[in-house]
Design a protein around this ligand. Structure first.
Ligand code: BJ8
Length: 436
């Protein structure tokens, strides 16, 4: 993955070249083992392979060229930041959540050791100078979701230009008012940064662009539910991960092409995974690139992941912004309402999420749910306890996993996941092997 032709660009971004080379080498090895080793992959995945192989190359070059042409780059850590507004201001939005252990020692000078891996990772990526996205950003948007993130941003602000949006913790009328005012403030902040006025015409266009991206992902989610399963869960996870930093229009076109191919596969009754393999759903914390550990373990255990209830998954694609809005005010309301439907575990109460998981599990006809919480993530770990109870009432088995980004627990995870798959497959009575 390392490419000498990009070295000058990385140096100009003040990256630590040797640490960065090390990261790309590990990422490349990981990708070969987890992705390229799969049999019978769809041709349309070649686009995703290419984008991933150029994750710190071509895409960063595009961002640099856009900056030279006067565009601003906005980095985010949460699906609450409305990309519609960012695009309407003529800026580019990129997701900065990081899914690998890096710069941990440095990160632990800003946040305590018992902070979730996602937070330590984005801080570590910055302090170790290995993230060209972070270094390309003109503004980084934080948000008041979990305590870990909102307090970490205070210390992180010593190192990056950060603007924090206040996300309410409940969904009462007064919370909606607060959120609407936060969206309006974000609009002003973007206009200040870009020196572009957000017009109704531009906003209408960007609402459609982001909705189109979500529609393509919704289509992919519907198609992947077929039996036999036409695409592996880890490939769909990759698609979702790349959706947060690729050019949205190009990405949508590529996913539509991938979906056409999947439809063709379904017509021919071909699948990457034989019918009868245990169908599982993942639910919980987002899995950022290159956090592929758990799906790899699951799909190596005679099961396939057919849905991700996560912000790098359906939580980010389920709802669209109402496109019938015409005036600026109507569109701001439509954005406000769409984003308030996000059922992050940071909300209380959050029964919507439990209901959404149950209906998703039923629609996908899953044999079980694996709940995934990052270690020290209290909102998701606590909600997992409630979730297990409600799933039990529906006779849907659940396995609760808490892990981080290290590979130390892979063998232990394998043992637990294999036992769970065996338990749920005795219900579905299946013994065919998943191709590795
Ligand atoms: S809307 S899920 S992207 S906040 S894993 S940092 S919650 S301690 S990521 Fe999230 Fe927005 Fe919610 Fe989605 Fe905190 Fe938990 Fe760490 Fe987390």
């Amino acid at each position: 993955m390392a490419n000498d032709s990009y070295k000058a660009m990385w140096e100009s971004l003040n990256l630590d070249i040797s640490a960065h080379d090390g990261l790309l080498a590990v990422l490349g090895k990981f990708y070969n083992d987890i992705y390229l080793s799969q049999q019978g992959r769809l041709k349309g995945m070649e686009y995703l392979d290419f984008v991933l192989s150029e994750v710190h190359g071509l895409r960063i070059k595009e961002l640099q060229e856009a900056k030279q042409a006067g565009k601003k780059i906005v980095g985010t850590f949460c699906v609450f930041v409305p990309e519609e507004l960012t695009l309407a201001a003529g800026a580019i939005q990129v997701g900065l959540c990081a899914g690998a252990e890096a710069g941990t020692q440095e990160a632990e000078k800003l946040v305590p050791r018992n902070t979730c891996a996602l937070i330590k990772s984005f801080i570590g990526f910055k302090l170790a100078r290995i993230c060209p996205y972070m270094e390309s950003c003109d503004m980084i948007i934080g948000e008041t979701t979990c305590d870990g993130k909102k307090k970490a941003y205070e210390n992180f602000a010593e190192h990056v230009p950060i603007y924090v949006m206040e996300v309410p913790q409940q969904k009462k009328a007064s919370d909606r008012d607060l959120w609407k005012s936060e969206i309006l403030s974000y609009k002003s902040e973007l206009e200040k940064l870009t020196k572009n006025k957000i017009t109704a015409k531009n906003l209408k266009k960007s609402i459609k662009t982001v909705n189109d991206k979500r529609r393509a992902l919704q289509r992919l989610n519907r198609l992947r539910a077929a039996v036999p399963t036409p695409i592996s869960g880890r490939d769909v996870l990759l698609v979702n991960q790349i959706s947060s930093y690729d050019d949205p229009e190009r990405f949508t076109k590529s996913i539509d092409i991938l979906c056409d191919e999947i439809e063709d596969r379904i017509r021919k009754e071909e699948g990457i995974v034989p019918a009868g393999i245990s169908r599982l759903m993942l639910s919980g914390c987002p899995m950022a690139v290159p956090n592929w550990k758990l799906p790899f373990v699951i799909e190596g255990a005679n099961a396939v992941v057919v849905g991700e209830e996560s912000c790098i998954g359906t939580r980010n694609t389920r709802d669209l912004v109402d496109e019938s809005a015409e005036t600026m005010d109507e569109m701001m309301d439509a954005i406000c309402d769409r984003y308030l439907k996000i059922d992050c575990a940071c909300f209380t109460p959050n029964t919507e999420r439990l209901e959404n998981i149950i209906s998703m599990a039923k629609e996908l006809n899953v044999d079980g749910v694996i709940h995934y919480a990052l270690m020290f993530c209290q909102p998701y770990a606590i909600e997992a306890i409630k979730l297990e109870k409600v799933l039990k009432k529906e006779n849907i088995p659940m396995l609760s996993i808490e892990t981080d980004y290290s590979m130390d627990d892979v063998e232990q995870l394998k043992t637990r996941v294999e036992a769970f798959v065996e338990m749920v497959s005795s219900t579905v009575g299946n013994s065919e092997a998943i191709p590795k």
